[in-house]
Ligand binder design. Structure first.
Ligand SMILES: [Zn+2]
Length: 500
């Protein structure tokens, strides 16, 4: 079959990613769009990649374009400075001045750098500007504890939904090439083209004053929605059809496209990270089209084909969709009853667990030599390995302290609350980002975990599973709780034991 662009009918051949590369799609197809129309959707692709960049960064998804794991940026709550977030670390992006004192015929600065390279470059720049730099002490490598990084976890808007529509359209064209070129998608394609134009002009958020071009694009979008009674033919769908199988991949995306022979309904469903779920109506198939449905599961963590997707086909219309009367109805209901928030919380919990499992795997490897070492040698290695994980141990400290705070507030034992707050207080101006007291709490937690690991190691029990338990689940939280909270509880006497 001749490969023609489904938008304009000219020769296709742009090798577009069927699923966006930025979200971990690894497969290309050169038979769907001409280069111009492949390009025309880039605004929507950027929109969806931007909205999901935190999730991609935490997961370590590699873009198929750059090959590098995703990095996202956020403002650090305490200092207002920019930090970068990736699956391996959270760090500041620029040099920071920690303290600044005058005297001795010059200025003494305590500085912190995101990397050694950044430090070298800074010294070079300062010297180029004529500042003589003298190092007063040897630089040391210290991790900075950022605490919770707040960023909005939402997805959607007209352009977010437009991106979903574009993804489903591309898959439909791949799986049903003849129907896609029969003209029955023309209204749907006009809509995705119109929303893509709005996205390309940076119109994902409507502002009060907008440039002429964008205003024109918005009216074109409104006009394109007329065949759909004024609302986009894509909506949030919180109840997947019964009988669907689980996604093959832990954080898999899924795209389903199908045709129901009964009334010709052309439908699509998209699920991102097996969490954010949408449905679409793309049009009505020509009479006597056969019933068929194709589902593709996509693993955003696969580095390359062939095990990055799983595809299967049904000769029924299991996933056919029922458009709500008003496409925002489902969403407002989901917001009202917390379904959407629940979906995001669930995704975050799965991300945390995923990171813990990866961490336990890495630490288990690092600690493998312990089994043949003498106890003091083993302990030295355990200490060294735990020293590299302050952020993870800090997460456990804050988790037990905040857990106890909640309990105490319930029992109206308010007097202890400031004491607990002090235990985990940050200090943006310190080298570690923690107050002195918080550093003590962190050190106590680390020592307690190291002691337990040493004991488990001697008993031959320190496997990957046990390490995960100690560094993020109940047993580890219990140990950290004992170490950090025991001194406080002793002072206050007679308090209930901390929840673990
Ligand atoms: Zn074209």
């Amino acid at each position: 079959m001749a490969k023609t662009c489904i938008v304009c009918g000219k020769t296709a051949g742009s090798r577009e990613h069927v699923f966006p590369a930025a979200l971990g799609g690894r497969r290309t197809n050169s038979g769907i769009y001409c280069p111009e129309h492949d390009n025309s959707y880039s605004g929507l692709v950027n929109e969806i990649a931007g909205q999901l960049d935190f999730v991609n960064a935490y997961l370590g998804v590699r873009s198929d374009h750059s090959g590098q794991p995703k990095t996202a940026y956020a403002k650090h709550t305490l200092t207002g400075e920019i930090i970068s977030i990736s699956a391996s670390e959270i760090k500041f992006t620029k040099p920071r001045v920690i303290s600044h004192t005058q005297g001795g015929g010059g200025e003494a600065l305590q500085l912190s750098f995101p990397s050694q390279q950044s430090a070298k470059q800074f010294i070079k720049e300062m010297e180029a500007k004529g500042h003589a730099m003298v190092l007063q002490s040897k630089p040391s490598l210290r991790p900075y504890i950022t605490g919770a990084v707040h960023h909005q976890l939402t997805f959607g808007g007209a352009c977010g939904l437009g991106a979903i529509a574009y993804i489903a359209q591309t898959f439909f064209a791949q799986e049903f090439p003849e129907i896609a070129r029969s003209g029955v998608l023309s209204d749907f394609i006009a809509y995705t083209q119109a929303i893509a134009k709005v996205a390309a002009l940076g119109g994902s958020e409507q502002k009060t004053e907008e440039r002429e071009e964008l205003i024109t694009a918005r009216s074109a979008l409104t006009a394109s929605l007329a065949p759909f009674e004024g609302t986009a033919p894509v909506w949030w769908e919180f109840s997947p059809p019964t009988g669907t199988r689980r996604n093959k991949f832990e954080f898999g995306h899924r795209v389903t496209v199908g045709v129901d022979a009964f009334d010709g309904q052309i439908y699509g469903r998209v699920a991102l990270f097996s969490t954010l779920t949408f449905a679409l109506r793309l049009g009505t198939a020509p009479r006597n089209s056969a019933v068929r449905e194709v589902t593709v599961d996509i693993d955003p963590l696969a580095k390359h084909p062939p095990n990055d997707i799983e595809k299967y086909q049904l000769f029924s219309a299991l996933g056919r969709v029922h458009a709500p009367k008003n496409t925002t109805e489902g969403l407002s209901e989901a917001i009202a009853n917390g379904t959407q928030a629940h979906a995001f919380t669930n995704l975050l919990e799965r991300l945390t667990e995923h990171q813990l499992v990866n961490l336990a795997h890495a630490i288990s490897k690092a600690l493998a030599p312990c089994s043949t070492m003498s106890p003091p040698e083993a302990r030295t290695l355990i200490d060294k390995v735990l020293d590299e994980q302050p952020q993870q141990i800090w997460r456990m400290v804050t988790s037990v302290v905040q857990g106890l705070k909640k309990e105490m507030a319930k029992g109206s034992l308010d007097a202890i609350l400031p004491v607990l707050d002090a235990l985990i207080a940050h200090n943006a101006q310190s080298a570690s980002g923690l107050s002195q007291q918080a550093e003590v709490a962190l050190a106590l937690a680390k020592a307690a975990l190291a002691a337990q690991m040493e004991e488990d190691c001697t008993a031959g029990l320190l496997n990957e599973e046990r390490i995960a338990e100690l560094l993020g689940r109940g047993p580890g939280l219990h140990i950290v709780g004992q170490a950090v909270l025991a001194p406080v509880l002793q002072v206050f006497g007679g308090m209930p034991t901390p929840p673990t």
